[in-house]
Design a protein around this ligand. Sequence first.
Ligand SMILES: [Zn+2]
Ligand SMILES: [Zn+2]
Ligand SMILES: [Zn+2]
Ligand SMILES: [Zn+2]
Length: 347
Amino acid sequence: MRTYPCTCGNTLYFDNTQCLRCGSAVGWCPECSAIAPLVPGQTDGAWQCGQCGAVLALCHNYAVEAVCNRCVPVGAAGGLCDCCVHNEVIPDLSVEGHRERWAELEGAKRRVFHSLDLLGLPRGRPGEDGLLPLTFDFKADALPDAGLWRPTAGDEKVYTGHAGGKITINVKEADTVEREKLRVDLNESHRTLIGHFRHEIGHYYWEVLVRNRDEARSVQMFGDHENPSYADALERYYAEGPRPDWPGNYISAYASMHPWEDFAETFAHYLDMVSVLDTAIHLGLTSAPPREDLDAQLEAFRVLGLALNELNREMGLLDLVPEVPSPAVVEKLRYVHGLCMGSNGQD
Ligand SMILES: [Zn+2]
Ligand SMILES: [Zn+2]
Ligand SMILES: [Zn+2]
Ligand SMILES: [Zn+2]
């Protein structure tokens, strides 16, 4: 992620709500697309961007719920920012710990939306015609005696996943201990909240950019998504495990489950690369490869990944970039890259 200057000279970070030097309130200004200091405005609840002067209000989830740091133009319908407006279900905040987990979820979502914006990828807003609306449900497994999400409750186990534009995330994924347990159980090289968002949003972009538009090429690249059916593939995966040939052909073991999972895993890796490179370029750690040149980006990411892995090992942490894309995976990444480049400017 990039960093941003405060008017006092301090550095502001993407998640900041306050400048730690001058004490200014801080938020994301939709006018200058930056984290900026906020100056109290003339009227109650109004603020002015300290960088571009835009008159702003805090997102409802910033002002009231303290889980967001974005601003909206004054009078924006619903008072929710361009990230929060996609929420349909939020965790039940009367449950201890849920507000903190929700804040983690929103933080990861904002980062992912930022890379989507970098790529110029469109997303459908709920309640508007046109593109498939992108919505989020953040839910906890319901216990028989307590509903754990708003506004509905029932006896239900919550599966993280995507269906028809709706991304559901089990809030326990925002719990470090729970998530690490699942990571070890499922034998994954890493499992992160932001990784979940990147994967699930990959399913959304299959719906938006591939379905009824480019399915034939997608079948050539990832295999036939209709045969076997998703349900059959899922059952086989959990009965028999990943395909033995997965390391040469897939970015992860899970990607070998079904063509849709292959696409989502590949898409997530592409977003990993785009966002890590953007941060590294901004910090002066690498020079900027041309946007359209996938091979140059992959090479920059490879070199950077080697250095980052060594640094992590020095600190006893998991490898930051464990994946080494095989030639087959590079071709899948090239397909995703082409989709992302082609969607630029599309509404
Ligand atoms: Zn400051
Ligand atoms: Zn501004
Ligand atoms: Zn917001
Ligand atoms: Zn998936």
